[in-house]
Design a protein. Structure first.
Length: 429
């Protein structure tokens, strides 16, 4: 068992990154958990959603540190690969943790090292807290309430990962549903059968907003337009085009087959460690050429071109890329860029009197663009399910089939005018 270190600094400092933590994540990736860097990025994003709730943030980061330590160092598995049985193993681990991981007083998770001037993980911090009585250490016990809180936090984290389409199931909730705590309804996860996607009209507003931004502010707007187009046309998750530890996407991931002359976009590692090539449409290829021209590049990338896919336009002011200009953007920066376009589209729809569409669009995120691309290709462009399945990276055609749906409004409209007898009057009276 390796020494456990805190992974998440205080909320105001988390986005700055930490060299020691980055080294640990990189080492974990090299030891076989290939997606450790991406998991860590997702964990940071999820934690930052709680940055205005100090108590939640502290509880969540401690539980995530313990859980990721167990996944990476004890089980040597990605959280995306865990089953209900694995969660049971984790519960057993938490109920009887190694003695060296039990602390009996509170210490800060990170502290300033005056010698180097950097904040470092505090080796005195322990993930489990024991009790003392009359100066003696009591046997460690995990109460039922503490255990339920752990599982509730993990279930919430998995719900976030599912929303990001990083995994397909919530093993923490499944474990809870099969445990003696199942009667505790407040921990039940609300399932959503819908896969939210922009309607044709709403998506037109998004593309219009992106094109307008590219026209009014070409330096950043062309990048935003290309990003929006790529997520939609190739069904990409934003994590698949964002920089992270061990992965920096480049232009040569657009590849041309020498025999067929067909272009595709190569994803070296996605959910569950899979790789795939996504067919590139003529419209997407034109979008790529337009974006590259805005960067002063040739129309199409060379096979060995290492130009970053999304170039930062000004040097980073903080974090591990401080001062770096020619570098890819990370998940948070790309997500913010997409959200800006969506918000612009929503505002324009509201200005045009489409309040309902504007409200629906305001709740959408970058993640919904992948759903939209898949939904439109199946239901509007009528692409074969098997083709969409391969491009989307779905293991099962059943997953792809979930996109064979329309909104309730569309279903009601199509049902309203259907006839009872399409050949009425043909048969003799």
């Amino acid at each position: 068992m390796s020494q456990i270190i805190p992974l998440f600094d205080a909320a105001p400092l988390l986005e700055q990154g930490n060299a020691v933590v980055n080294q640990y994540i990189t080492h974990t990736s090299m030891r076989g958990v290939d997606d450790a860097g991406l998991v860590y990025e997702h964990a940071c994003d999820w934690l930052l959603e709680q940055k205005h709730h100090e108590n939640n943030y502290k509880a969540y980061r401690s539980e995530l540190t313990t859980f990721l330590h167990w996944c990476f160092d004890e089980a040597c598995l990605s959280p995306a690969m865990l089953t209900r049985r694995d969660i049971g193993r984790y519960v057993s681990y938490c109920q009887a943790p190694p003695a060296e991981l039990i602390g009996y007083f509170n210490v800060a998770q990170f502290k300033l090292d005056k010698a180097c001037g950097e904040r470092l993980p505090n080796p005195a911090w322990k993930p489990f807290t024991g009790k003392r009585q009359l100066g003696k250490k009591l046997p460690y016990q995990l109460s039922d309430n503490a255990l339920k809180t752990k599982i509730a936090i993990l279930s919430s984290f998995y719900a976030y990962l599912i929303g990001e389409e990083y995994c397909d199931r919530n093993p923490a909730q499944i474990w809870m549903n099969h445990s003696r705590y199942n009667r505790e309804r407040k921990f039940a996860l609300q399932e959503d059968d819908e896969l939210p996607a922009f309607s044709e009209l709403q998506w037109s507003y998004v593309m219009s907003a992106a094109n307008k931004l590219a026209h009014t502010d070409p330096k950043t707007g062309e990048r935003s337009l290309f990003l929006i187009s790529l997520l939609y046309a190739c069904y990409l998750r934003i994590s698949e085009v964002a920089a992270r530890v061990g992965y920096s996407p480049v232009m040569s991931q657009f590849r041309r087959n020498a025999q067929t002359n067909v272009w595709s976009f190569y994803v070296p590692q996605s959910k569950g460690g899979k790789k795939r090539s996504v067919a590139v449409s003529k419209a997407m290829l034109e979008a790529l050429m337009r974006y590259r021209r805005s960067l002063g590049l040739s129309d199409l990338p060379a096979a060995d071109e290492d130009t970053p896919l999304f170039v930062r336009h000004k040097a980073a002011g903080r974090g591990r890329d401080t001062g770096v200009l020619n570098a890819n953007l990370g998940i948070r920066q790309l997500r913010d860029e997409v959200q800006l376009v969506i918000n612009m589209a929503s505002q324009q729809a509201r200005a045009d009197g489409l309040d309902g569409d504007a409200l629906a669009m305001s709740a959408m995120t970058a993640h919904n663009i992948r759903h939209t691309g898949i939904t439109h290709d199946i239901n509007i462009n009528l692409r074969p399910l098997s083709h969409v399945q391969a491009d989307a990276g779905h293991e099962s055609i059943d997953t792809t089939s979930k996109y064979l749906h329309t909104s309730q409004t569309e279903r009601h409209q199509s049902a309203f005018s259907k006839a009872m007898d399409n050949l009425a009057g043909i048969a003799g009276e």
